[in-house]
Design a protein around this ligand. Structure first.
Ligand code: SAH
Length: 241
């Protein structure tokens, strides 16, 4: 697997030993209440019905995926900055995409765009194994530390261009792109297993449609899940910088 951490190890500007902030127990209880609220008001009320998805979103501590100064906003109905000019997606979008993947518990999943690792955690809670690929070494390393600390053991982290997928590890039962693409890459369809599902935002750089693609043999069907606005995926099958 193409993990390139060693190439960047020792580059200046990273604090490899920085401690990760850990909330106090009473704060954790308050955050757990906010999560229940988030699930009821932002997800269930807007039509997310998969109980496994709702349960995962109630359990995964979203505040641990943003910096401590943003903890108060962690359960708000919008994206938040995570550094490197990137954002953690709005809870509803994470739930919508996850629901569209129709996960039952055994699937092998490829996620493109690790970011903070929040969506990765939701996928790891609902599938068998997740491989997550991220272009930014810094974000990948942060997500790996965070998810390891939170106890996830079924996630593989890769640094690279996810717009071409990960042919060496294919096929995948599910593929999710957490950033926008100008068109559906044939390579991702090829790396999907039979009856596999691909969920991605496709369109122009500022506005896209969220689509769910189901592969059946050599053909596929596409369902439009609505308008959305994602950060661009930069890469061979994505956008230029
Ligand atoms: N779902 C994530 C947010 C993802 S934002 C979360 O919950 O935090 C999209 C991410 O895709 C960013 O982190 C960005 O750095 C990454 N990205 C951009 N181009 C990419 C590419 N070609 N391959 C992999 N990751 C890419």
């Amino acid at each position: 697997m193409a993990v390139h951490y060693h190439l960047l190890w020792g580059r200046r500007g990273f604090n490899y030993n920085r401690p990760m902030a850990i909330p106090k127990q009473q704060d954790e209880e308050r955050f757990a209440e906010r999560r229940c609220d988030m699930v009821d008001r932002q997800l269930r009320a807007r039509g997310i019905a998969d109980e496994r998805v709702l349960s995962a979103m109630r359990r995964v501590p979203r505040h641990r995926f943003v910096s401590a100064d943003l903890w108060a906003e962690a359960y708000a109905d919008h994206p938040l900055p995570i550094g490197e000019d990137q954002t953690i997606s709005q809870p509803f979008i994470v739930a919508l995409m996850t629901e569209a993947l129709c996960l039952h518990g055994e699937e092998k999943v490829l996620e493109i765009g690790t970011g903070s690792g929040y969506q990765t955690a939701i996928l790891a809670a609902l599938a068998g194994a997740v491989t997550t690929i991220e272009r930014s070494f810094t974000l990948s390393r942060g997500a790996r530390e965070r998810l390891t600390q939170l106890g996830y053991r079924n996630i593989a982290f890769v640094v690279g261009d996810g717009t071409v997928g990960l042919p060496a590890e294919a096929p995948f039962d599910r593929i999710l792109a957490a950033g926008s693409l100008p068109r559906i890459p044939q390579g991702l369809l090829d790396q999907l297993s039979n009856d596999g599902i691909l969920v991605l935002p496709v369109g122009d750089r500022t506005l896209q449609r969220l689509v769910q693609i189901r592969k059946t043999g050599s053909s596929h069907t596409t369902e439009d899940l609505g308008a959305c606005r994602f950060v661009p995926l930069i890469g061979k099958e994505g956008w230029s910088v």
